[in-house]
Design a protein around this ligand. Structure first.
Ligand code: ATP
Ligand code: MG
Length: 360
């Protein structure tokens, strides 16, 4: 019997609540068109309204409730008027990433016709940024000595495990195998960070030796950032530690135009836990309530979800490609939301994409 994929739907706060209906609209149209069975299950938590009522972001048994899901479709979290951002984030999204071991943060960046890039010339951007999502510089290991005195010292350690590094490097090389360019750039800083980064370089070289068909190089993070802006067409797959990946995965989509189109996947590739798909952008309180948020990032995240669920084969891949083609067409011709220079609503843009997917 054909599998029915269970999708947890968590819209979250602010424009998460506005882009989610469009994400679901296109997801459902694509699933129907390509014969993929989905069961969409709404969860009314992991948002600041829930926090206001319960004093926490999620019920205590959130893990038991989400574990049976095949994936989590997530809008955006954060409403700083009610809950400080670090509380809402650590109380929801960051718990998912850590406790569901979503150790890959995958963020594509592409330039589309109709979207103005801040870079000069017609840059050709089509890259995948692979960020380590569970360890590295974001270790929470450290503390303060002699607090409050003039001798105060604060230290925080980076933690790189062989398992943690090898698995993200492996994911990047496997991903490169599936792409036309077959190229990997490894972000490093082994000329300044003298213990962990030379070791990271060694792990990268050892992994690369398993992939003779993949061209690769390593670049120090400072010059890498400069090249992102000056020569973005030279990148295909870029793999980086947690901190460097965090920086690159905002810079890449920024070079490609509006943050309103940038999607992301937080993956547990072994499928022991559900993976999570969400736009890169946040809840954008400044534009919430007007129905003008760009829903493309949410819709594209849904396309990545279908691709991942089906193991990038058959119907899921076809559905992903059809959604991307529809996004490409609609970005080129309109309608456009205000961030793209147009005047259409969130709903109109979502409906335009859905219509094209249905006709694919
Ligand atoms: P985060 O919650 O990830 O920390 P943030 O709160 O710093 O992010 P966002 O909520 O992403 O930032 O918003 C940054 C800016 O981008 C805001 O001015 C917002 O209006 C705009 N923006 C974000 N997402 C969209 C979107 N989907 N469509 C149009 N504009 C957007
Ligand atoms: Mg925010």
């Amino acid at each position: 019997m054909e599998k029915t994929y269970k999708i947890a739907v968590l819209a979250g706060d602010g424009i998460g609540k506005e882009v989610m209906p469009e994400g679901l609209r296109v997801l459902q149209v694509a699933a129907d068109r390509f014969g993929i069975k989905l069961e969409l299950i709404n969860f009314a938590w992991a948002d600041c309204d829930y926090y206001a009522r319960h004093g926490k972001m999620m019920p205590d048994d959130w893990k038991e409730q989400l574990q049976p899901m095949d994936a989590i479709f997530f809008g955006a979290v954060g409403w700083p008027d009610i809950v400080p951002d670090h509380v809402s984030l650590w109380g929801s999204l960051l718990k998912f990433r850590r406790e569901f071991d979503q150790y890959i943060n995958l963020r594509p960046a592409q330039i589309f016709k109709g979207v103005r890039s801040p870079l000069s010339g017609p840059p050709d951007i089509d890259m995948m940024i692979v960020r380590e999502n569970t360890e590295g510089e974001y270790s929470s290991v450290g503390g303060t000595m002699y607090p409050g005195t003039e001798h105060e010292i604060v230290m925080q350690q980076s933690v790189f495990s062989r398992r943690g590094s090898d698995r993200v490097l492996k994911f990047a090389f496997e991903l490169a195998k599936t792409r036309a360019r077959k190229h990997v750039t490894v972000a490093t800083k082994s000329n300044g960070i003298s213990i962990s980064m030379p070791w990271w370089d060694e792990r990268a070289a050892a992994m690369a030796a398993n992939y003779p068909e993949i061209e690769w190089n390593k670049q120090h993070i400072d010059i890498l950032c400069a090249r992102f802006v000056l020569k973005p067409q030279s990148f295909d797959v870029v793999v980086a530690s947690n901190l460097f990946g965090d920086i690159l995965s905002d810079l890449g989509p920024a070079c490609a135009g509006t943050i309103g189109i940038a999607p992301s996947a937080n993956l547990n590739p072994e499928r022991k836990f559900p993976s999570l798909f969400e736009p890169v952008h946040g809840s954008a309180p400044d534009i919430y309530g007007k129905n003008i948020a760009n829903p493309v990032a949410m819709i594209w995240s849904g396309a990545m979800m279908l691709d991942f669920l089906t193991g990038s084969s058959g119907a899921g891949r076809a559905a992903h490609d059809a959604i991307l083609e529809a996004i490409r067409n609609v970005l080129a011709t309109g309608p456009h939301t205000p961030d793209l220079g147009g005047t259409c609503s969130t709903t109109e843009l979502g409906m335009a994409i859905a219509k094209q997917v249905a006709a694919a």
